[in-house]
Design a protein around this ligand. Structure first.
Ligand SMILES: Nc1ncnc2c1ncn2[C@@H]1O[C@H](COP(=O)(O)OP(=O)(O)OP(=O)(O)O)[C@@H](O)[C@H]1O
Ligand SMILES: [Mg+2]
Length: 397
C-alpha cells in the first residue's frame, strides 16, 4: 500500500534531554504535518523552550531522532537552519538599532544582498504595521511592537518552518489577535508552525494538533476537540441567595459538589436543554429560588488541569517577566553563536555570522545611534546596557 501523506515537516522520535540530574525530556515522540500549527502546552518548566531549542539546533539532544524539513538534525544542522525561523521566548531584537536596521541586519545574516534586504525589510515593516516606527530605536517601541518586530525578523528569509515560543506573552488582546492573523496567513501560505503557548485559548484558536508535556513526557496529543473529550463532561453551577435555600436545594438535587461558603452547587451535564429544564422543574416544584445559573462546557483549561494537575494556565493573568539564568544564557550563546559573535538577529535561525561582522560585532552598528542611546541612558562608553537584559548579548559580554 502506498502512503500518499506528505512527509512530516517535523518528526521527533525518542527525544531525550537532561540538565545534569534533571531529566527534562524523557523520550518524546510527535510528528508535525506540513502547513499546520502544532502547539506544545505544559506548565512552567515542563521543557517547552528546551524542545524548541533542540529542534532549532540551538542545543543538542542527549538521544533521539529528529527530522526538520526532511533533514536530520544531527547530520545536517545547516540544512535545518536554512529551513527554519525561530522567535524565542525572550526577545532577540537589538533595542539599540532601529526596527529597519534590525531587519536589514537579519537580511545581511541571510546573505540576501543589499537591495533585496532593504526591499524585504520595507515589506515586513509594512506587513507588521511598523513603517512609521521604522527609523526609531527599538527601545522606544512598546512591548507589542517589539514582539511584532521579533516575528518580522524571523520571517526575513521566508522560512518554511517556524518555531514560536510563547509569541503572544504579554500582548494585549488586540495585539494577540493581530499575531493570530499573521500566524493564520503564514499557515495559509503553506508554512508550518511549532507554537508553545501558555494561553490555552490560543492553542484552541490556532492549533491543528496539540500536545501536552508534563514531567518529561507527552501526556496527551490530539486535536483540541479530541483532548476535550478526554476530560469529564461539563457541569451546571447554581448559585443561591441564602444558606437555608441552599441546603434545601442540595437535598433536592443531589449535586456532584457543593461550596457551602459560596452557596453554589455543581451538577453534572453539559447544559443541554432537557437536563436544564428538568433541574429547574425540580427546583420549581420544591419552591426553591435560584439566584444564578452557569453552564460550563469542558475547555482546554479543564484538559490541562486534568492532565497535569496544574492550576489554570494564563488565560487572563499578567505576563511573567522571567529572566534567563546566567548559565542558561551562557549555554545558549556558546552553542549557537560562538564567543566572538553577538548579533541579536542570529538568534532567529541559529545563523552563521558573516565574516564582516565577526570580531567587529554588529552591536556597534550604527555607532552614532549607540552613543546617543548610551548618553540618553546615562551609560558610560564601556557599558553595554543590553547586557543585563538581552540573552544573546549578555553572554557575549
Ligand atoms: N541551560 C539550562 N541549564 C540548566 N537547567 C535548565 C537550562 N535550561 C532549562 N533548564 C531547566 O529545564 C527545565 C525546563 O525548562 P524550559 O525553559 O524548557 O521550560 P518551559 O516549559 O519552557 O517553561 P516556561 O513555561 O517557564 O517557559 C526547567 O526546570 C529549567 O530550569
Ligand atoms: Mg519556555
Amino acid at each position: 500500500m502506498t502512503n500518499n501523506n506528505p512527509p512530516a515537516a517535523i518528526r521527533v522520535t525518542g527525544l531525550r534531554k537532561s540538565y545534569g540530574q534533571q531529566v527534562v525530556l524523557d523520550g518524546i515522540d510527535f510528528d508535525v504535518a506540513p502547513g499546520t500549527v502544532f502547539s506544545l502546552l505544559g506548565p512552567n518548566g515542563a521543557g517547552k523552550t528546551t524542545t524548541v531549542q533542540v529542534l532549532s539546533t540551538l542545543i543538542r539532544a542527549d538521544a533521539g531522532q529528529v527530522q526538520v524539513g526532511g533533514h536530520d538534525l544531527s547530520g545536517e544542522p545547516d540544512a535545518v537552519r536554512a529551513a527554519i525561523g525561530v522567535t524565542g521566548q525572550f526577545s532577540a531584537v537589538d533595542r539599540f538599532l532601529t526596527g529597519e536596521e534590525n531587519l536589514i541586519l537579519m537580511a545581511d545574516l541571510r546573505h540576501m544582498g543589499k537591495q533585496a534586504g532593504r526591499r524585504r525589510a520595507a515589506e515586513l515593516l509594512g506587513q507588521f504595521d511598523l513603517t512609521d516606527a521604522a527609523h526609531k530605536p527599538v527601545l522606544t517601541y512598546s512591548g507589542g511592537m517589539q514582539r511584532r518586530l521579533d516575528l518580522a525578523m524571523t520571517l526575513v528569509g521566508d522560512p518554511r518552518i517556524i518555531f514560536l515560543d510563547e509569541p503572544t506573552a504579554g500582548l494585549d488582546p488586540r495585539s494577540r489577535r493581530t499575531m493570530w492573523q499573521i500566524v493564520r496567513s503564514l499557515v495559509a501560505s503553506g508554512v508550518t508552525i511549532f507554537l508553545t503557548t501558555q494561553y490555552l485559548e490560543e492553542a484552541d484558536e490556532l492549533a491543528d494538533r496539540i500536545a501536552v508535556l508534563d514531567h518529561g513526557k507527552l501526556v496527551a496529543q490530539g486535536t483540541a476537540a479530541e483532548l476535550k473529550r478526554l476530560v469529564p463532561g461539563g457541569h451546571v453551577s447554581l448559585q443561591f441567595g441564602d444558606a437555608a435555600v441552599f441546603a434545601r436545594a442540595a437535598h433536592v438535587l443531589a449535586p456532584t459538589s457543593r461550596d457551602d461558603d459560596a452557596l453554589t452547587l455543581q451538577l453534572p451535564g453539559g447544559g443541554d436543554v432537557t437536563s436544564l429544564r428538568s433541574v429547574l422543574d425540580r427546583l420549581d416544584q420544591a419552591g426553591i429560588e435560584v439566584d444564578g445559573l452557569t453552564v460550563h462546557t469542558p475547555d482546554l483549561d479543564d484538559v490541562f488541569l486534568a492532565l497535569t494537575g496544574q492550576p489554570e494556565m494564563r488565560r487572563n493573568r499578567a505576563p511573567r517577566h522571567r529572566r534567563q539564568l546566567p548559565d542558561e544564557r551562557h549555554c545558549l550563546h556558546r552553542e549557537r553563536l560562538g564567543h566572538d559573535a553577538a548579533p541579536a538577529a542570529a538568534a532567529h535561525a541559529a545563523l552563521p555570522i558573516p565574516d564582516r561582522h565577526r570580531g567587529r560585532d554588529a552591536r556597534r552598528l550604527p555607532s552614532a545611534l549607540r552613543l546617543r542611546a548610551r548618553r540618553d541612558h546615562g551609560l558610560g562608553p564601556g557599558a553595554h546596557p543590553a547586557q543585563s537584559a538581552h540573552p544573546a548579548l549578555a553572554a557575549a559580554g
